[in-house]
Design a protein around this ligand. Structure first.
Ligand code: GFB
Length: 313
């Protein structure tokens, strides 16, 4: 990419897309193309084709998707499957048709089999059954990976697929019904502290393990891979380290300074028991994460305090 290349970031209002935009700007890229949902409906094939014909991007980061935590995935299967299939299919086809030089597709580690060996190597894709709570999202993302590989095989289109692990950071979704665990716990412990609540509820048993990557590290990796990775096979983006939900809750509780008790609500699903990526491949390609969970949590909580004043009431 040149600093004046036309770069389209699909999903620029989301956690991933907004952080990629900030990263690109900080690296000197001046010609970013973005569209709000009100300006461009990515599920509409004709609108997407017209947009690409008009703006002629040279590089595309495909970070637009319907996303959410375990509850959102489990209760809105149509959006997670249908909308994601449409969004990625429309963008990949239009990018190919209008001569985009390279497209980077963002997937998720929930594409891997629920009970696959840990840490998860890229080659474990499609070797076993998926986790039920997020199978809709996983199937859409697997289709996106295959679509990238198909366009490469049939048309020589340079489309790569990157699989970030669970992400968090400034700009995250803190809505308790649709968010992921980490922003949900920041909000719950913060509100518990402000309201002097005796207890804070954590979903599930607290026993599952998750790997968390600070979103600014992810954006750095995405830009690095756009410049340096040109293979058809998928590549994990993670830290290679995981933590139990119970330990995560205790860490967030300490950072926020909440003094009450943690209670586990076993009526809520646990989801995948363990999910940690093998990061050998991305390390060998020259990138590794640098932000510790503690440091990333502190930065995210600081952002939350500044940007969610309503929650302080
Ligand atoms: O982050 P999360 O919603 O999604 O939940 P997944 C991770 C774990 O944290 C689960 C527990 O065991 C939850 O039960 N948890 C505890 C909570 N308290 C809470 C809470 O207050 N809110 C939430 N949301 N969880 C998602 C997939 O799976 O991960 C997506 O559904 C995507 O498709 C994403 O792949 C990265 O890690 O289980």
């Amino acid at each position: 990419m040149q600093t004046d290349s036309r770069i389209y970031v699909a999903g620029h209002n989301g956690l991933v897309g907004s952080t990629i935009c900030r990263r690109l700007s900080s690296e000197g890229y001046q010609n970013l193309i973005v569209r709000d949902h009100s300006q461009l409906d990515l599920c509409n094939e004709i609108a997407v084709n017209d947009f690409f014909a008009e703006t002629k991007p040279e590089y595309v980061f495909l970070a637009a998707a319907v996303v959410g935590g375990i509850h959102a995935n489990d209760t809105r299967p149509v959006e997670f499957l249908r909308d994601n299939l449409l969004i990625q299919t429309n963008i990949i086809e239009a990018a190919y048709q209008t001569g985009v030089k390279k497209l980077a597709f963002l997937g998720s580690t929930c594409i891997y089999p629920r009970d696959c060996p840990q840490p998860i190597k890229e080659e474990y894709l499609l070797t076993g059954p998926l986790e039920e709570t997020n199978q809709w999202y996983a199937i859409a993302k697997i289709a996106g990976i295959k679509l990238c590989q198909a366009y490469r095989k049939q048309h020589g289109f340079n489309a790569i697929s990157m699989m970030p692990t669970n992400l968090y950071g400034p700009g995250d979704n803190f809505d308790l019904q649709s968010s992921h665990v980490l922003p949900a716990l920041i909000r719950k412990f913060h509100e518990g502290k402000v309201n002097h609540s005796k207890q804070v509820e954590v979903w599930g048993s607290g026993k599952p393990f998750r790997e968390f990557l600070y979103v600014e590290d992810m954006a750095e990796a995405c830009c690095y891979l756009m410049e340096n990775y040109n293979d058809e096979s998928i590549i994990n983006i993670g830290t290679g380290q995981d933590v139990s939900i119970k330990a995560l809750a205790e860490l967030i509780k300490d950072i926020i300074g909440y003094e009450g008790n943690i209670v586990f609500d076993s009526s809520k699903p646990d989801g995948t028991p363990k999910k940690v990526t093998d990061v050998t491949k991305i390390k060998a390609s020259g990138w590794q994460s640098t932000t510790s969970l503690q440091a990333g949590l502190e930065k995210t909580y600081a952002w939350y305090l500044k940007n969610a004043p309503k929650a302080l009431a």
